[in-house]
Design a protein around this ligand. Structure first.
Ligand SMILES: [Zn+2]
Ligand SMILES: [Zn+2]
Length: 248
């Protein structure tokens, strides 16, 4: 099982970078988790779109799903024409995405003509090829879902969230915990996101084996986040490197 980070910026991409997007692979299964601004470009650097059969979206903030729009156009064109990946959206996602594109598309099949679109039930496990996904509703400004992705190992992705018990439960014993660390100054009281200190503490409580921070504001000095997370986690902490692949 392996993870390739396609984008790690919060809200807007840093120069040359991308917002949230992660490619998780097990055997021949390639699962794209989130598809924020810039992700489609980076995805094509590491995979053929015809090999990516599953796409899952944590929540409908732009930095997690807006590259689904160019992705849809890429599926219209050779060599991807006729290939229809599964697109798993959070509850309510179909209608919300159609509203987003309504300024330039009146058709209700804008996405469904090219993706096999379905809304996942967060209370049940989803099978995506060789991988299984378990969801937990976390604490954010709109409904968003953290995911435990299991294959030969178990990886947990926080999505965007403030501190909540649901995340600690889901992260318990994870081989890799990929966690947002958006708040980069002590004055930042943004309740829907985590400080690095909170990330380290919850990872220690959840007996996480390996911790990786992600979802940084491009102007954030994340070396400080790493120091704070390591102090509360009690072990070394990694940073999600764009276009880096990590073997679990
Ligand atoms: Zn975000
Ligand atoms: Zn968000």
């Amino acid at each position: 099982m392996q993870l390739t980070v396609l984008g790690s910026s919060a809200a807007y991409p840093r120069a040359g970078g991308a917002c949230s997007g992660y490619l998780v692979e097990e055997d021949k299964t390639k699962l794209l988790v989130d598809c924020g601004t810039g992700v489609l470009s980076n995805l094509q650097k590491v995979a053929s779109l015809r090999d990516v059969k599953h796409v899952v979206i944590s929540h409908l903030h732009a930095d997690h799903c807006f590259d689904l729009i160019p992705y849809r156009y890429a599926l219209m064109r050779p060599p991807n024409k006729g290939f229809h990946p599964h697109l798993y959206l959070p509850p309510g996602g179909k209608e919300a995405l159609l509203k987003t594109v309504s300024a330039f598309s009146e058709g209700s099949t804008f996405f469904s003509e090219f993706f096999r679109v379905e809304e996942y039930n967060p209370r049940t496990k989803l099978k995506a090829g060789s991988l299984r996904i378990e969801f937990a509703l976390v604490r954010h400004y709109i409904d968003g879902y953290a995911m435990a992705i299991s294959g030969s190992k178990r990886m947990v992705y926080s999505a965007d969230t403030g501190l909540c018990d649901e995340l600690i439960e889901l992260a318990r014993g994870a081989d890799l915990f990929l966690c947002e660390s958006t708040r980069c100054s002590p004055e930042d009281s943004d309740w829907g996101h985590l400080t690095a200190g909170e990330v380290g503490t919850l990872s220690r409580k959840a007996y996480v084996k390996r911790l990786m921070l992600t979802h940084f504001w491009p102007d954030c000095d994340y070396t400080r986040n790493v120091r704070e997370a390591e102090a509360s986690f009690g072990k070394p902490v990694e940073v999600a490197g764009e276009l880096c692949t990590y073997v679990l």
